[in-house]
Structure formats: C-alpha cells, structure tokens
Design a protein around this ligand. Structure first.
Ligand code: ATP
Ligand code: MG
Length: 522
C-alpha cells in the first residue's frame, strides 16, 4: 500500500518496522524470487497495488491467471485476515478495494487482443519466435532489408509469407545484390511462419497494434491503470512468451521519452517466469536485453523480474536489480546450496541474523528484503512479513472477465482486427498482373504465329491458283474453270472466317479480363 509517500510492502518480522520501496528508486528495477508457493505472486500484487495507488501504471504478465483478481476487492475469510490484525494495518488505512485493470490476451480469448506487427517486432525477435538458426536469421534480416528497400509494408504473417515467397521467386537477382539467399533456408523460414500461424501467431501479429502510450494512464481517481496480460496459453510456448514480453520492453524503451531521474516511475513492468527469457538466449540477444534493462531506467520504466532463484538471472542483469524481495529458497542439492549461498552473499548483512540460514527458514509471505534507499544505497537486508493484498487473491470467473474486457475504454479500439493493404495484397496484385501479362504475351505470340501461317498459306494458295490458271488456260474448257474458282473461293473464305473469329475473340476476352482484373483489385 501507498503510505507515508512511499510503497509500504511489509513490516520487519522482529520489530514490526515498516519496510518501504522508495518511489524515486523504483525505476532501479527489482527482483521477486523464491521457491514455489512461498508468496511471490502476492508480493507482486502488493507492489503493483502500491504503484497504482501512487498514480503509476503497471504492466503484469499473468502466468497462472491468479493476478486477474486485481479488478475485484479482497475479502475477509482468507489468509489476509490474520495479517491485517497482527500487522495493525487498519490503523494505516488498509481496506479491501478493487483496482482499475485492463485485461489483455495475445490470442484475444481471455482479454482484449494485444497485437504487434511484423515490422515492429523486427527480424531479431521474430527469428527467436520462429526458432530460426543463425543462417536463417541472417536471411530474415535480408528479407526485411529488401522489404524496406522496395517499400513493402510488413504487417501480418501473410505479408511475411508473401514477401518470403517473392524473394524466393527473385532469389538470383536478390542474391547478387544482398548476398546469398539459400533456397532451403528460405523454405525453412516459410515453414516456421506457417507453423507460427497454426499456433495462433497470426492473431497477435497484425493490426491494430498496441500503442504503448495507451498504457501510460491513470483512472479518474488518479490511480495508475493496471494492464494484465493473460499468459496462461502464451507461456505454453516459452520462446514466444519471453520474446513477446521482451518486445514489449523494447517497445517501451523506444517509445518513451528520456526523463532522467524522476520522483516516481512512469510505468512499472512485472516480468513473471523471467528465467524463460534467458534460457537458450543467444549471446547477441543477452547483450541486447542487458542494454535495454540498463537504459530503460532513464525512460522512467522499472522492470521487476519474478523467478524462483536469482541464479536464473544472468549476472549482468542481476546486478542492476536494486529492489530485491527474496522469499524462501530450498537447498537440497549441492547446486541449490551454492545458489542459496550466492543469493545470501548478495545482500548487505544484517547483524541480527544469518542470511544464509534465514533464507531457508522463511515462512510463506515472508521475505528477505533489501531496497535502494533515497540516496541509491542498498539497505541492510531485513526479514520482512509481506502485507496482504487489498484486491482479491486468485483468479476471476470468465463472465466477470468478459465484463471487465467489454467495459474497458480501449475495447473499441483494439477488439477487432484490421487487415490493411500491405505486402501480401500488393504482391497478390503483382502476381495477377504478372500472370496476365504472361497470358497476354502468349496470346500475342500465338496471333503472330497464326498471322505468319496465314500469310504463308495465302502465298501457297496464290501460287497454286496461278499454276491452275496457267494449266486451265492451257488445257481445260472455260466452264470447268468457273467451278474450280468458286470451290477455291469458298474454302479460302471459310478458313479466314474461322481464324478471324477465333483469334479476335480470344484476344478481346483476354484483354477485357486483364484490364478488369487489375482495375477491380486496385
Ligand atoms: N503476503 C501474503 N499475505 C497473505 N497471504 C499470503 C501472502 N503471501 C502468500 N500468501 C498465501 O500463500 C499462497 C501462495 O502464495 P503465492 O501464490 O504468492 O506463491 P508463489 O510463490 O507465487 O507460488 P508459485 O511459485 O506456485 O506461483 C497464497 O495463495 C496466499 O494464500
Ligand atoms: Mg505465483
């Protein structure tokens, strides 16, 4: 809760001293770690509520659906009751209340559809989603470059597929200009795009794409809006999940202006199951993530990673997380013991207890907390009982969810997909034109050929007639000549008539189809 102009997240277990996160240091990122069931999600809720109360919008990745309860007020008869009493929270103004939330889902099922475009996602992240190898990613880069150079708009997966096919058709030409484009790599990328579409990827790659500025909002009471992304389905594909969230982070980074040191963050981003982001990430990607995390701070964005063990997070990123809430860790195997030791070592020691031991003894909803104080110095680690949330713990039923979704002020804007004229439509038209041009050329060639054949035939007939004339003059009576002349005239005339009709008719129809086809599709 927001108390005394700070984010109150708990009270020290021994003396009941309040434990705060400082608003001016909240953009110095954070970590919520701990074994399963130790209270990470509740801690996240308590922090998100406090941010909202102080007018800071938040983004939450909801992995299990248990963050959805934010939209409803908490209730008595839960684990919250004991804490409210023991921690004397009523005196501090604690009350059950709901929070202003928008519900999103990349598949558009459990929330408003959250979409992005191929271009906005870019070749690097798209390659990761598609599971491409380095050679294939290089080709993806080239395809993006060609699309740029040719002014081709890549919005949805149809556009991408069409563009890949087009590059394939003109492979030799483009290989000369951009470097080798191996046909089997192109084919592999197309297969990956088709698989992504089958996986529902075509639902979140398209328009209207999310405008991140729509998230930097407060409700009428000045409370920060919560954007809850339902990830229950998305997380089944860890690469897709982590890359999509990474894209959101980089989108925030690119969209928001520099703010330097501010009184409070502009937005706080909670990244659950963060270990998925780092698993099988290439070195190039890790460097990029580290950069984004480092630089996004000055845009006023705080990123909070949620994961089981701090060991899941690469050192370069872990060292940038200033506000840490460490729930209990289990240490059964030597590797786990090592991880717990490392976690314990990363805190400023509190003389009152042994960090390593306490780390394994902490109860549910209890954590070791160290934050950056107002001067940016890490506080001595404190054994802390975390506050209960003010909103509902757990999930909500589908009907309530649908109600929240359709009541959102952003619903009209994002609900329906738009299919704008882009690379796919352009290339379809281009292909039809090419095909018609080819057909027309074939017709013209045929016509030429027939004309030549006719001329040849006419010449032959002329010669034959002359021969016959000469012969007749020489040996046949004049009545017979008249009959032959009529016969010849008939057959020649018939021949011309049939050709004339056939060629003329076909060319006419074909021209008509060609023009109409192009005009109507434009
Ligand atoms: N601060 C708290 N106040 C009240 N109850 C809490 C608190 N923290 C944890 N609990 C209780 O413990 C349960 C488990 O907590 P939570 O769901 O946050 O664990 P978790 O670490 O997120 O687990 P998982 O790793 O499985 O997601 C909660 O449903 C709640 O009943
Ligand atoms: Mg949880």
């Amino acid at each position: 809760m927001f108390y005394s102009d700070k984010l109150l997240i708990g009270k020290s277990s021994s003396e009941g001293k309040p434990v705060y996160i400082y608003p001016s240091m909240a953009n110095r990122h954070g970590l919520i770690a701990g074994a399963t069931g130790t209270g990470k999600t509740i801690t996240l809720k308590v922090m998100a509520e406090s941010f909202s109360d102080m007018g800071v919008p938040v983004f939450l990745a909801d992995i299990k659906g248990d963050l959805a309860g934010m939209g409803l007020a908490g209730m008595s008869g839960t684990t919250a009751d004991g804490r409210i009493d023991k921690m004397g929270l009523k005196d501090l103004g604690f009350e059950f209340r709901s929070y202003p939330a928008n519900y999103w889902d990349v598949y558009g099922e459990a929330g408003m559809p959250l979409r992005t475009t191929v271009t906005e996602m870019g070749p690097l992240l798209l390659s990761r989603i598609l599971g491409l190898n380095p050679t294939q990613s290089d080709i993806m880069n080239i395809v993006f470059k060609i699309a740029d150079d040719e002014g081709m708009l890549l919005i949805d997966t149809k556009d991408l597929r069409s563009m890949l096919q087009y590059v394939g058709e003109k492979r030799q030409e483009y290989s000369l200009a951009y470097g080798n484009i191996a046909p089997n790599s192109l084919a592999a990328i197309i297969r990956a795009v088709v698989a992504l579409e089958a996986d529902g990827g075509n639902r979140f790659i398209g328009e209207p794409a999310i405008n991140i500025n729509d998230w930097i909002r407060c409700d009428d009471e000045g409370r920060g809006m919560m954007q809850i992304l339902d990830c229950r389905k998305l997380v089944l594909n860890p690469k897709m999940y982590s890359t999509f969230l990474l894209w959101l982070m980089s989108e925030l980074f690119e969209t928001l202006p520099e703010v330097g040191d501010a009184e409070k963050p502009k937005l706080v981003f909670f990244f659950d199951e963060a270990h998925m982001l780092f698993e099988s990430a290439s070195d190039a990607l890790l460097v990029k993530i580290e950069q984004v995390v480092k630089l996004i701070r000055s845009k006023g964005v705080g990123i909070y990673f949620i994961t089981q063990s701090p060991a899941d997070i690469p050192g370069g990123i872990l060292s940038q997380l200033g506000n840490k809430v460490q729930h209990a860790l289990r240490a059964y195997t030597p590797a786990e013991q090592k991880a717990v030791k490392a976690a314990a070592m990363s805190y400023r020691e509190n003389k009152a207890f042994n960090t390593y031991e306490v780390l394994q003894e902490l109860g549910t909803g209890e954590a070791l907390v160290s934050v950056l104080d107002e001067d940016g110095v890490p506080t001595v680690v404190e054994r802390t009982k975390i506050l209960p949330p003010q909103s509902r713990m757990g999930t909500i039923d589908d009907e309530t969810r649908r109600g929240f979704v359709s009541a959102s002020e952003l619903y009209e804007k994002y609900d329906e997909a738009i299919d704008r004229d882009s690379a796919y439509e352009f290339l379809e038209r281009y292909r039809i034109e090419q095909q018609e041009a080819a057909e027309l050329k074939a017709q013209q060639d045929a016509e030429e050929k027939q004309k030549a054949a006719e001329a040849k035939l006419a010449e032959k007939e002329k010669k034959a007639a002359e021969k016959r004339k000469n012969a007749a003059t020489k040996s046949v009576v004049s009545s017979a000549s008249g009959s032959i002349g009529r016969e010849i005239g008939k057959s020649v005339g018939g021949l011309f008539g049939s050709f004339g009709k056939k060629v003329g008719g076909n060319i006419g129809a074909s021209l008509g189809r060609g023009l109409a086809g192009t005009l109507f599709k434009k």
